[in-house]
Write a protein that binds this ligand. Structure first.
Ligand SMILES: Nc1ncnc2c1ncn2[C@@H]1O[C@H](COP(=O)(O)OP(=O)(O)OP(=O)(O)O)[C@@H](O)[C@H]1O
Ligand SMILES: Cc1ncc(COP(=O)(O)O)c(N)n1
Length: 269
């Protein structure tokens, strides 16, 4: 059989430190036994100390990357990461809807783990109008959830309301990641609202670690990998959460400050 090995596409920015961005996505797809292809949107120069320079790629080049992927590979699932501005979001929308690239996981990267902006503020409207309505799975961290819904999250009920607002914008399945920035916390609680309106919480132990760069990218890439292998959305999310949990728990000592999580954890077991 030609082209039957599970293949996925990451549409994202490069983070040359390797902990987040496209590098985290490709590490994750590899660990999940899925062949990873990529459409590079922007390059970030940085490391575990922070983001230093951002360079966006030309739209013509991005169009060509999509064409080359579509001409050759059988993509079973795709994901988006850093898209930088409204022009890039529009280009990704046009290309994704033009080709057959499987279900789409949207990780609306707005800021880095260090707090630097990775998406221009003026692009939020385009993100909501173009990308969120075509998301099969939308994963949002606490900050992105508040920014995109306009709701201040103070309770579990607020997280549920955010998910409903985003589902009304057109996303099928929503995962809202709970607050995970307080060293005294014991548990992290993520909330999932499925297309069927079935909902559930995913609770896990909180690890007070500095090795947490790329947790969001890794989670969305693992969901994408699972979808590419034919798993359903619920199972894809549950397995992905368990992988990220393990990758945070089993620290690797790389970098001086905000280091990467352990994408190798599956090979070490
Ligand atoms: N310190 C931690 N301990 C346990 N789980 C965590 C921790 N940090 C994040 N997680 C989990 O990792 C997953 C990714 O969540 P997160 O909120 O970090 O995404 P993100 O903010 O988009 O990513 P990043 O932190 O890389 O910017 C979620 O399931 C979250 O609950
Ligand atoms: C190129 C790039 N893309 C994404 C992120 C954030 O990823 P995460 O939310 O997983 O920290 C990043 N720091 N750099």
């Amino acid at each position: 059989m030609i082209n039957d090995f599970p293949q996925a596409l990451t549409i994202a920015g490069s983070e040359n430190g390797g902990g987040a961005g496209m590098q985290a996505d490709l590490h994750t797809l590899f660990a999940e036994h899925v062949y990873g292809t990529s459409v590079l949107t922007a390059c970030v120069a940085g490391n575990s100390y922070g983001v230093h320079v951002i360079h966006k790629l030309p739209i013509d080049f991005i169009n060509q990357e999509f064409k080359d992927i579509a001409d050759d590979f059988k993509i079973k699932a795709s994901k988006t990461g850093m898209l930088a501005d409204a022009n890039l979001i529009n280009a990704v929308y046009k290309n994704y809807t033009k080709y057959d690239l499987g279900p789409l996981v949207v990780d609306p990267v707005i800021a880095s783990n260090h707090g630097e902006m990775l998406l221009e503020n003026s692009a939020i409207k385009t993100l909501k109008r173009k990308l969120i309505p075509i998301a099969d799975v939308l994963t949002l961290n606490f900050y992105e959830s508040q920014k995109l819904s306009g709701i201040q999250i103070k309770s579990d009920q607020d997280m549920k309301q955010v998910a409903e607002v985003l589902q009304e914008l057109g996303a099928n399945n929503i995962m809202i990641k709970g607050k995970n920035d307080n060293a005294n916390r014991k548990v992290v609680k993520d909330y999932v609202l499925l297309k069927s309106h079935h909902d559930f919480w995913l609770s896990g132990q909180y690890y007070p670690t500095h090795h947490k760069d790329g947790t969001g990218d890794t989670l969305s890439a693992a969901i994408t990998a699972n979808l590419a292998k034919g798993m359903d959305v619920k199972a894809s999310i549950i397995e992905a959460k368990s992988y990220v949990d393990d990758a945070i728990k089993h620290v690797i000592n790389v970098g001086h400050k905000l280091g990467p999580i352990n994408h190798y954890v599956k090979f070490q077991k």
